[in-house]
Design a protein around this ligand. Structure first.
Ligand code: SF4
Length: 506
C-alpha cells in the first residue's frame, strides 16, 4: 500500500463521496490505494499516528487529503505534524478549500502538491508521476475535467458498513448553470450530467445491497425535468414494490421551477420518504440582483406553498443573512414571508466568504467584513453592524434548537405569533442574556427557559405556559425518553431522519 486517501468528515455518518471517486479512478494504482476517514475533533497526533500506520518500510508513501471549509484548520494541523515527524511522506491536497487563492494558505505551503478543481482523474496521474517519474515540476496542478463518461462511478466502494450506518451521498450531475455570487458552484457556469441509465444501475445495485437513504448532492435536481422524473420514478418503483421497507431520498431544488409533471411525481411520495432542500437565500429583489441570483419570487413562493399543502415532501428552505444590500428589516420581511409559507425547517445561514466566490466584488461598496478564519463568516456590513450580526448568529442557533428540531411544535407558533422574526429575535436575545450560552443547553433546561420566557415576557399564566410546553415532546422529554422510542420514530420509515419524524408526528 503506497497511497492513502483521507479526510476529516464533519460526522461519522457522512461518508466521503470525493475520496471514493478518487479511489474508483485510480486505475492500476487502485490495488495499492486505501481510504481512511476521520471525524472532526479527533486529536491531530492520533490521526497522524493512524495515517503512518499504513506506511510500509522502504516504500514511497503518498497521502491525499480532502480539504473543505469545515476541516481546513484541523487538516492544517495534521499536515504540519505529519511533515514534521515524517518529512518523506508526500502530501497531496485537493478539495474546494484549496482550489482557489492558493498563494496565501498555510496548508498549501506545508504540502508537496495541490490539485485544484476536479481531482477524479488528475490525482491518479499525479501519483503515477510521483511513483514512476518524471517527477512533477509544479506544486499546483489544475485538475483536468474529463468527459463525464470517462469518470468511473464510485458507488460500489460504499462498504456494507457504510450502507448500514452512514448517509450515502450520490450525484446524477455536477455543476450549476446559475451564478449566485456567494456560491462556489457559480463558477461552473453550467451543469454536467452523468449518463442517467448508468447512474440508475448503480443506484439499483446500492438498493439491492440494502441502501435506503440516498442524499443527492446535485446542486439543482430539477434542472432537467426528464432526468428528474426518471430518478423520481426509480424511487417510486422501490416504494411501490416494498412499502414496508421504504427508501428515503433528499434532493436540492430550485424553487421557481416545478412543472406539473414533476408535481405529479412528487405527490406520489408517501410521508417520510422525500426531502427537499430549497434555496431562497433572499426574497429581496435588490439583493438578488446584486448577487446575480435569478429567482422568480412569486413563483418560488407559490411552489413552496404548493409543496406544503399538496405533497408529503419535507421542506428545508435556506435563507442567508448578511448578503450585500440586505438590511435587518428586509431580512425580517423575507423571513416572515417564508414562515407564512409553512416549510418544515428554515435553514438560517450566515454569509460566508468561500474562497474563489465573486461576492467579494462588493466588499468596498457594502463594507463586507469577514472573519479571516474559516469558515470566513461575515462579521458586519454597511447595513448590519457587528452587534446586530451577532444577534442574527444567535438567532440562527436558537432557531435550530427550538424550531428546526421539531421539539416545540405546539409552542413555536405561540412564540412567533403574528411577527415571527421580531418575536423570535426578542426570545433569542432574552435566552442569551439569561444563559450566556448558545450551545450545550440541555433539552430539559431549554424547555424550562421557553416556559419562563412565555411567563415573564409574554405574561402567560404559569400553569398555561407549563401545559403548553409539556404538550410538546420536549416538555415531556424525560418521561418519553425513558419509555423506549419517541412515538414519531415508531410510525415512520426507518430511513427517515429523526427530525423529520418529529415534524411528521407534530
Ligand atoms: S446557490 Fe444554488 S442555484 Fe445558486 S449557483 Fe449555487 S448551487 Fe447554483
Amino acid at each position: 500500500m503506497t497511497i492513502l486517501l483521507t479526510t476529516l468528515n464533519a460526522r461519522y455518518t457522512h461518508a466521503s463521496l470525493g475520496l471514493r471517486y478518487l479511489l474508483a479512478n485510480m486505475g492500476e494504482l487502485q490495488e495499492q490505494t486505501k481510504i481512511r476517514e476521520f471525524v472532526i475533533g479527533a486529536r491531530s497526533t492520533d490521526v497522524v499516528e493512524k495515517i503512518l500506520a499504513f506506511r510500509q518500510p522502504g516504500k514511497k508513501f503518498i497521502v491525499g487529503f480532502g480539504v473543505y471549509i469545515w476541516n481546513v484548520v484541523e487538516t492544517s494541523q495534521i499536515v504540519a505534524i505529519l511533515k514534521r515527524v515524517a518529512p518523506d511522506v508526500v502530501v497531496i491536497l485537493g478539495g474546494p478549500e484549496v482550489s482557489h487563492e492558493t498563494g496565501d494558505q498555510e496548508i498549501i505551503r506545508l504540502a508537496d502538491y495541490v490539485i485544484t478543481g476536479w481531482g477524479d482523474i488528475s490525482f491518479a496521474h499525479l501519483c503515477q508521476q510521483i511513483l514512476r517519474g518524471p517527477q512533477p515540476l509544479m506544486k499546483i496542478h489544475a485538475g483536468l475535467q474529463p468527459p463525464m463518461n470517462d469518470i468511473r462511478l464510485p458507488y460500489q466502494l460504499y462498504s456494507d458498513q457504510d450502507i448500514r450506518h452512514r448517509t450515502l451521498y450520490v450525484e446524477a450531475s455536477r455543476g450549476c448553470p446559475f451564478k449566485c455570487e456567494f456560491c462556489l458552484s457559480s463558477l461552473d457556469k453550467t451543469a454536467w450530467p452523468f449518463d442517467i441509465d448508468v447512474f440508475l444501475a448503480e443506484m439499483e445495485s446500492l438498493y439491492q445491497r440494502g441502501a435506503r437513504l440516498f442524499k443527492f448532492v446535485d446542486r439543482t435536481f430539477n434542472l432537467n425535468i426528464k432526468t428528474s422524473l426518471k430518478i423520481m420514478q426509480f424511487f417510486l418503483d422501490k416504494l411501490a414494490a416494498a412499502p414496508d421497507d421504504p427508501v428515503f431520498a433528499h434532493f436540492e431544488v430550485v424553487p421557481d421551477h416545478l412543472p406539473d409533471a414533476l408535481k405529479e411525481g412528487i405527490q406520489k411520495f408517501p410521508e417520510g420518504t422525500l426531502q427537499f432542500e430549497i434555496g431562497i437565500q433572499s426574497f429581496n429583489p435588490e439583493v438578488q440582483s446584486l448577487i446575480s441570483r435569478k429567482q422568480n419570487n412569486d413563483k418560488a413562493a407559490e411552489n413552496i406553498r404548493w409543496l406544503c399543502e399538496h405533497s408529503h415532501a419535507h421542506l428545508h428552505v435556506d435563507l442567508i443573512a448578511g448578503l450585500p444590500g440586505e438590511t435587518m428589516q428586509s431580512f425580517a420581511a423575507g423571513f416572515n414571508k417564508l414562515v407564512a409559507l409553512g416549510p418544515h425547517e428554515i435553514q438560517f445561514g450566515i454569509l460566508k466568504r468561500l474562497r474563489g466566490t465573486p461576492v467579494i466584488r462588493h466588499t468596498e461598496a457594502f463594507q463586507l467584513t469577514f472573519d479571516p478564519q474559516p469558515p470566513y463568516t461575515i462579521l458586519a456590513n454597511k447595513d448590519v453592524p457587528f452587534a446586530d450580526m451577532q444577534k442574527l448568529v444567535r438567532f440562527a442557533r436558537y432557531w435550530d434548537m427550538v424550531a428546526n428540531s421539531g421539539r416545540f411544535a405546539n409552542t413555536l407558533p405561540v412564540i412567533l405569533a403574528d411577527a415571527p422574526f421580531e418575536n423570535f429575535l426578542a426570545f433569542s436575545d432574552w435566552i442569551y442574556t439569561s444563559t450566556d450560552a448558545t450551545h450545550r443547553i440541555a433539552l430539559d433546561r431549554l424547555a424550562g427557559l421557553v416556559s419562563k420566557w412565555l411567563q415573564e415576557e409574554r405574561g402567560m399564566e404559569r400553569e398555561a405556559a407549563l401545559a403548553l410546553v409539556s404538550s410538546d415532546y420536549a416538555g415531556d422529554a424525560k418521561h418519553k425518553q425513558s419509555s423506549s422510542k419517541p412515538v414519531a420514530e415508531k410510525t415512520t420509515a426507518k430511513a427517515t431522519p429523526q427530525r423529520q419524524s418529529r415534524h411528521i408526528a407534530a
